[in-house]
Design a protein around this ligand. Structure first.
Ligand code: RTP
Ligand code: MG
Length: 139
């Protein structure tokens, strides 16, 4: 079993897609070990996406991610990191495969509904960013 970190982004929360996305994740075999609904501070968003700080979209991304509440979840499944990225689809919803979460619920390359960790190493860091050990309850 492997863990990954997902964030239902402000666009999908505002549009009322939280239930549908959680339903999809459960049907895809992910167990939810921890969940939090919160509004990211600017400092949190900047730190979380620090790897992109030199990219032209960084300040816009930080503004978007702090624009409203998000749902952060620690998920567990076989091959969780790679499989979640498959279920999410490509970063740009217009290029995401039909039926993927971003194809269904994303509206632009920035407002793309969901985040997923990009490697098992980063998944550990990202789960630790939001959850302490006692907040993660095994399925
Ligand atoms: P994420 O980290 O959120 O799971 O998305 P990702 O790996 O598919 O994409 P990444 O390259 O890590 O980009 C992080 C987030 O930044 C926004 N973005 N905007 N305007 C743009 O060209 C652009 N490119 C990326 C998206 O919200 C993307 O998910
Ligand atoms: Mg990424």
């Amino acid at each position: 079993m492997e863990r990954t970190l997902t964030i239902i982004k402000p666009d999908a929360v505002a549009a009322g897609h939280v239930g549908a996305i959680i339903d999809r994740l459960e049907r895809e075999g992910f167990a939810i070990l921890g969940v939090k609904r919160l509004r990211l501070t600017e400092a949190q968003a900047k730190k979380f996406y620090e790897v992109h700080r030199e990219r032209p979209f960084y300040s816009s991304l930080v503004a978007f991610m702090t624009s409203g509440p998000v749902w952060v979840m620690a998920l567990e499944r076989d091959n969780a990191v790679a499989y979640l990225r498959e279920v999410m689809g490509a970063t740009d919803p217009a290029k995401a495969a039909p039926g993927t979460i971003r194809a269904l619920y994303g509206s632009s390359i920035e407002r793309n509904a969901i985040h997923g960790s990009d490697s098992p190493e980063n998944a550990k860091i990202e789960v630790g960013f939001f959850f302490s050990t006692h907040e993660l309850v095994e399925a």
